[in-house]
Design a protein around this ligand. Sequence first.
Ligand SMILES: Cc1ncc(C[n+]2csc(CCOP(=O)(O)OP(=O)(O)O)c2C)c(N)n1
Length: 314
Amino acid sequence: MLEARLVEEKLAALCRSGKIVGGVFLGRGQEALSVALGVHLRRGDIYAPLIRDQAGRLAFGDTILDTLRTYLGSSLGSMRGRDGNIHRGRPSEGYHAMISHLGAMVSTVCGGLVAKRFRGEKGVVGATCIGEGGTSTGSFHEGMNMAAVENLPLVVVVANNQYSYSTPNNRQFACSDLLSKATGYGVAGHRTVGTDLVDCLGVISEAVTAARRGEGPQLVVADLLRLVGHGEHDDASYIPEAVKKSPLGQDCLELARQSLIEREWLSEEEADSWHDAVKKEVEETASKVMREPAPDPAEEDWNAFASPSLGRNP
Ligand SMILES: Cc1ncc(C[n+]2csc(CCOP(=O)(O)OP(=O)(O)O)c2C)c(N)n1
């Protein structure tokens, strides 16, 4: 959580100083939920994160170095500097590079899980995260429906951050509770407090374990608020102050820190020194990456045509 928060603070600063080309979308306020999914996945599983899942990505094995390389367009990164920000992954390791079409990642995970079934791989899970706005799309419906009919080990986590970009929930869906969507598809539903790390870890553990045991798709709904705009271009001024000050608007990272200190699992000094160590690592990594080469258009075939270099894809 801490790594994700500090990497993203650096990304926001780099974006404001014009060092990043393209959009920057942050997961501030959603790290507890995101990390809880990332830590419960294993080698052999499939993970398709969404734009706000920096914490889940790091927990699934992504690195600060590769994150910064991708955002800063270094040719040494896993996407070889050709694709920016959130569209990064390592498909051969089950880490899908997201596409921005909302809901589409549910279907790609279903496809991956069917492929694993054909190959006879057992005990695997495919997971993705989606916003509550994304649950209104046709792709979400098709993916959930297929997963339910095929009893796929799919875990879909809904980050219900109350606004689909600037559209409030009462203009986004008419069901009183997003969990009723689970009932509609005939899949198991779980609810978690998205600001509470311990609750997120417990509920997502149950969902992932049930999917791994063969109990079919699991839908987890987490209530929270994103503490930033949709992207760095959005000041979130459409969110009323009262909502920001409500329990939904609490900072999950701050709450997790307080809870560790109250349980005496961590002292204030240790928490501060973690913070300083991660910040130092982020700063040093960013300085290093900014000295790395950009892709050379004369050398790159951009994978637009079939070529021997396709075999080198990460
Ligand atoms: C199929 C599709 N329709 C529209 C868009 C444009 N779009 C990008 S983000 C967004 C809102 C997303 O809301 P939500 O899923 O709740 O996520 P949030 O940004 O609130 O975290 C929309 C409509 C898109 N990317 N894909």
